[in-house]
Design a protein. Sequence first.
Length: 255
Amino acid sequence: MKDIFRLDNKIAVVLGGAGGLGEHISLGLSRYGADLVIADCNMDALKKVASDIKAKKYGEIEAMLVDVTDEDSIIRLVDGVVSRFGTVDILINAFGLNIKRDALEYPMEDWDRMFSINVKGTMIACKHFGKIMKEKRRGKIINLSSVREIRGYTGGNAGYCATKGAVGMITKTLALELAPYNVHVNAIGPSLIITKGTVHIQQNPELAKKYTAMIPLGRLGVPEDLIGTAVFLASEASDFITGQTIFVDGGLIAG
């Protein structure tokens, strides 16, 4: 029986590939057979991730610079991927930014920066990689959303929640527009995941207890928790799923 989760002979692009979540998703895709392009704005970090994945000897991997807020930069990335690998089969938008500010005092420059990265960046990447997939009538696009797509939260998260709500609607709308071309568009919506940027929560007993108490499964998420969902949505196993956000949240939004 064919292993429908395998990604052999597939070309995957992970934007935000040098970040904590993007790195683990990239490793998972590579382990299941995909050849990779990881792209980010920090070449030193990209080279380290690429080196770590190459050491596993799963498949080909290239590191490329990109600024997701710059459409010309995305176009150059698309051209670079096609030049190197000939096509693209899977796009993972694994980047994001959260600037916490009180809603009534929110500086609009911070608001604009978050929307530029989280929303505009997602749309630009979907636009240009989606054209390649539409032309060949096949592809998988996976956006990184959050439980904040549908569940608000205090603590200065008005901007972040708004951007993730937008990512959710971009995902649904593009899924409808691209469905006739057999291009699937879905999203992953994690709850709090412990990365370098959030490890302080895990290290603070009071904060760790507070956030863990919200999770029915009784623990905080780790980057490895996203690998299975990413591989599933990138593979043939999800060929009848589009326009969905799969929440990797330990049961948070069920309550």
